[in-house]
Design a protein around this ligand. Structure first.
Ligand code: ARG
Length: 463
């Protein structure tokens, strides 16, 4: 990046009697980060130039010069040959200045009837719209991985938890299908946000519109927007779409932090339910025995910065008077970091999740502890006509005996169980088994292996 002093302030120098302070120039520049929107900026300029030509503001000759010049600028950027300059402040002025170097006056005419204010609002929408497509592809890839695991582990029994205490047995497939549902909502939130943002602010100009007879429908269509935005002041100042995007990202990452937490717990020696393949873990430089679940830990940690970016944007917009304020230049770094972080986390998870190795025996053993079939015993008594509250009491006593004698309910003898209720017969042991317990929860949304398989099949169909 080179500072070309003679170009300083070329965009507004007429009004000024001295050069911008060198530090202020660097301080107010955004080209270091907004250059990533170059493709969107060029697309916006192409659409704007064609529109100006259509309404006879830009001649055919100038239009051809501009379009040819923009192609060359784009090529230079792609080839890494473009000379980004802090003196030219941002992506918009860098591109326009280079275009003018290449094609002369036609380049200078391009800015007729537009402002960087509507330009930047357009560029961000175009950029985010595309990134959401990439994000939803990655969410989908992760979901496919989850379906693979759910199918494979539809019958794998593990303890289900409430309060992180063993509650009732569930299947591992059922557990990961809960993750699937979270991600389904995330994808639809992003799609929603993408749809709402797909309107074109181009033509709002600085804030009030322009005196040229512009065709906003035309530019909107050229850029694949559903139509133009309807108020020029709102168009240049609105960043709702960025906030919504970050909110969707924060919820997604919050979900992923919950998955991460479970993966970290499950791969600990204390749980020992799963193993993450070595390629997703790292060791310790001092403790030779260590294998750390770095990927889920890092995703858990990155949730903090993504949630932080949402708060940054909300705070950025809070109390901002209409219309455009330079504050808004601060929208980009949180936004771009959110995009990068979300895509990175999704990629790591989409690769890792299908590779989870389940330790079936350990999960089963854990489900056997903690009286996870106590509710099944209560339900059994209810089926034998005992009111649920009384059944709850009976089972409570049986559990107390189990605790004092160090035995699971299924390990108590019939005689021991019968001392709490004469309704208990030897068919009780069918409901006390873990397999019987999970198989009995056989309705939409239940944990029975049959339901897990159905949920997987439905999800695959819907994709
Ligand atoms: N670099 C600016 C931004 O990112 C572009 C718009 C600047 N407009 C202005 N009048 N200063 O928001």
């Amino acid at each position: 990046m080179s500072d070309k002093k003679q170009q300083t302030n070329s965009a507004w120098g007429g009004r000024f009697s001295e050069q911008t302070d060198a530090f202020v120039e660097a301080f107010t520049a955004s080209v270091q980060f907004d250059q990533r929107m170059y493709a969107q900026d060029i697309a916006g300029s192409r659409a704007h130039a064609k529109m100006l030509n259509k309404i006879n503001i830009l001649s055919d000759q100038d239009l051809n010069a501009v379009l040819g010049g923009l192609d060359q600028v784009e090529q230079e950027i792609c080839d890494g040959k473009f000379n980004w300059s802090v003196a030219r402040e941002d992506v918009h002025m860098n591109i326009e200045a280079r275009l003018t170097e290449l094609v002369g006056d036609a380049g200078k005419r391009l800015h007729t009837g537009r402002s960087r204010n509507d330009q930047v609002a357009t560029d961000i929408r175009l950029y985010l719209r595309e990134q959401i497509r990439f994000i939803n592809v990655e969410i989908s890839r992760l979901q496919w991985g989850i379906l693979e695991v759910a199918d494979r582990e539809a019958e794998t029994i593990m303890p289900g938890f409430t309060h992180l205490q063993v509650a009732q047995p569930v299947t591992f497939g059922h557990h990961v299908m809960a993750w699937y549902e979270m991600l389904k909502r995330d994808a639809s939130r992003f799609a929603d946000c993408q749809q709402r943002m797909n309107l074109s602010p181009l033509g709002a100009a600085a804030l009030a519109g322009t005196s040229y007879p512009i065709d906003r429908e035309f530019t909107a269509k050229e850029l694949g927007f559903d139509g133009p935005t309807l108020n020029s002041l709102d168009s240049v100042s609105d960043r709702d779409f960025a906030i919504e995007f970050c909110a969707s990202a924060a919820i997604l990452l919050t979900h992923m932090s919950r998955m991460s937490e479970e993966l970290v717990l499950w791969s600990s020696a204390q749980f020992d339910f799963i193993e993450l393949p070595d390629r997703f873990c790292t060791g310790s430089s001092i403790m030779p025995q260590k294998k750390n679940p770095d990927v889920p830990e890092l995703v858990r940690g990155k949730t903090g910065r993504v949630n932080g970016h949402l708060i940054s944007l909300l705070t950025l917009m809070k109390s901002q008077p209409l219309a455009y304020n330079k504050d808004n230049q601060e929208d980009k770094e949180p936004l771009f970091d959110t995009v990068d972080t979300v895509l990175g986390c999704l990629r790591a998870f989409a690769d890792m999740i299908p590779a989870i190795i389940c330790k079936h025996d350990n999960m089963l053993k854990a489900a056997r502890q903690g009286f996870s079939t106590a509710t099944d015993l209560a339900d059994y008594l209810v089926r034998k006509n005992l009111p649920f509250r009384d059944a709850h009491e009976v089972v409570g006593k049986a559990v107390a005996l189990g605790v004092s004698s160090g035995k699971d309910l299924s390990e108590l003898t019939l005689e021991q169980l019968q001392q709490f209720s004469e309704k208990i017969a030897d068919d009780v042991f069918e409901v006390l088994t873990l397999e019987g317990s999970v198989a009995s929860r056989n309705h939409i949304g239940g944990t029975a292996p049959e339901q897990v398989r159905k949920a997987v099949a439905l999800a695959r169909q819907a994709k």
